[in-house]
Design a protein around this ligand. Structure first.
Ligand SMILES: [Zn+2]
Length: 244
């Protein structure tokens, strides 16, 4: 029985798949696939319960890991992990900045790959998927944020305990929900859990109005996840299968 570490670098996971396939060693393949599917799940519930410290594939930094995993997914046709991997990449790195900052690691790995080792080179197809997906996601978020500001308003809550105050800041509170963020420093925030920034961002509301904002956040995230593969030109979740 082989024993593996709690977390492994993406390069090791790739080697396990290559060796497993070449020499027909199912336990290597199984272990590698299990780790990839654990860290890059197909459901939002799994995504939300997966703490970064519990991840089973880790490199020197998370950007290196996710680019390595995207590359592995393309090499072994593991389509089911791609939506979460692409989303994680777009959550870490602001794509436009990758063009602007020539020395950024994202740029080195993502756009200028002349000197990048073949193992962490991102396929052209993946780069296209992220660029097109990013544009589609921005469009999606723009529409979702506009919809949230249209009647019927979620704020103030029917049970608002201080309707005067919550009413005056309702527009601002909705506009500033972290789910719409597309920051240069941290990429997209749509898949961040409510607890990461939601309570702080809505701190000016009463607790009942905060609950409404949380409900909206969860609904937007859930709808976003349900169509996540489509941003990247992949089949819908129900039809998405690995071709391993
Ligand atoms: Zn209120």
């Amino acid at each position: 029985m082989l024993e593996f570490g709690r977390s492994l670098p993406s390069g090791v996971v790739r080697s396990m798949l290559r060796l497993g396939r070449k020499y027909a060693i199912p336990c290597l393949e199984k272990e590698a696939l299990s780790r990839l599917r654990h860290d890059f799940p197909t459901t939002l519930e799994e995504w939300d319960t997966s703490e970064p410290e519990d991840h089973q594939i880790k490199d020197a930094n998370s950007l290196h890991t996710v680019l390595g995993v995207i590359s592995i997914a393309h090499e072994f046709r593991l389509f089911t992990i791609l939506p979460a991997a692409y989303a994680e990449y777009l959550g870490i790195s602001f794509l436009v900045a990758s063009f602007c900052h020539k020395n950024a690691m994202a740029s080195d790995h993502f756009f200028e790959q002349d000197d990048v080792p073949k193992d962490i080179c991102i396929p052209v197809k993946a780069r296209e998927c992220c660029l097109i997906g990013y544009a589609k996601i921005l469009n999606y978020l723009k529409k979702a944020s506009t919809d949230a500001l249209c009647p019927p308003m979620i704020l103030p809550s029917e049970t608002c305990s201080r309707s005067g105050k919550c009413k005056t800041i309702k527009w601002k509170a909705i506009q500033e929900l972290p789910i719409w963020l597309t920051e240069e420093s941290s990429g997209l925030s749509i898949l961040d859990r409510w607890g990461k920034r939601g309570p702080e961002a809505t701190g000016g509301l009463c607790s009942r109005c905060q609950d409404e904002a949380k409900k909206l956040t969860n609904e937007v995230r859930s709808q976003f996840w349900s169509v996540l593969p489509s941003f990247f030109g992949l089949a819908v979740w129900a039809d998405l299968k690995d071709d391993f």
